[in-house]
Design a protein around this ligand. Structure first.
Ligand SMILES: NC(=O)c1ccc[n+]([C@@H]2O[C@H](COP(=O)([O-])OP(=O)(O)OC[C@H]3O[C@@H](n4cnc5c(N)ncnc54)[C@H](OP(=O)(O)O)[C@@H]3O)[C@@H](O)[C@H]2O)c1
Length: 163
């Protein structure tokens, strides 16, 4: 039986990071990969040709809905979403501005909830789909000065565990 390749959407795929390498790995396993990042030029240099590139800022409702619609229009489905995009926020709490804390929650926590709300209706209709969220060990065991970042990683975990 011939099966069609899995369609995989990955966030935060700038060159040099985990997302970029995940794209290459999924593509080398025969998947059709949609690599996304805030800037298309940050994803230059994929070796594998089965990787399409789309612009996606995970803090934008509009971008998330547009990218999901584009991939579904082209492929008919999304089998796997990897929420990889993330922002660091390290240092003593009293030195970190509320704007930076909000930005980190937008990128690391609300983005995952936003993506879940947007993609689950499609996956539920097909009764098929996998969402992979990239956490961090500090989400379980915070280290000194990692409090804000660590809390963003443990917060999404609770939010999507009990959908
Ligand atoms: N590296 C580690 O040791 C480690 C350990 C534990 C967990 N993690 C997690 O693993 C994931 C990948 O980390 P990494 O080490 O590969 O870091 P990285 O190289 O900094 O990659 C983070 C990616 O997220 C993107 N990003 C940031 N804000 C975004 C936004 N608003 N919309 C879309 N993309 C955005 C970045 O894009 P720009 O290039 O545009 O900034 C970049 O592509 C993150 O979730 C991180 O928290 C990493």
């Amino acid at each position: 039986m011939v099966t069609s390749p899995k369609v995989v959407l990955i966030t935060g795929c700038s060159k040099g990071g985990i997302g970029f390498s995940l794209c290459e790995e999924f593509a080398s396993q025969g998947c059709k990969v949609y690599a996304t990042a805030r800037k298309l030029e940050s994803m230059e240099g994929f070796a594998h040709e089965n990787i399409e590139q789309l612009k996606l800022d995970v803090t934008s409702d509009e971008d998330v809905h547009e990218v999901i619609s584009t991939v579904i229009e082209r492929e008919g489905r999304i089998d796997v979403v990897v929420n990889n995009a993330g922002a660091a926020c390290m240092g003593p709490l009293i030195d970190i501005s509320m704007d930076d804390i909000r930005r980190t929650y937008e990128t690391n926590t609300f983005s995952i909830i936003r993506m879940a709300k947007a993609i689950i209706p499609y996956m539920a209709a097909r009764k098929s789909g996998t969402i992979v969220n990239i956490g961090s060990v500090v989400g379980e065991t915070p280290t000194p000065w990692s409090g804000v970042y660590a809390s963003t990683k443990s917060a999404w975990s609770s939010s999507v565990r009990a959908l």
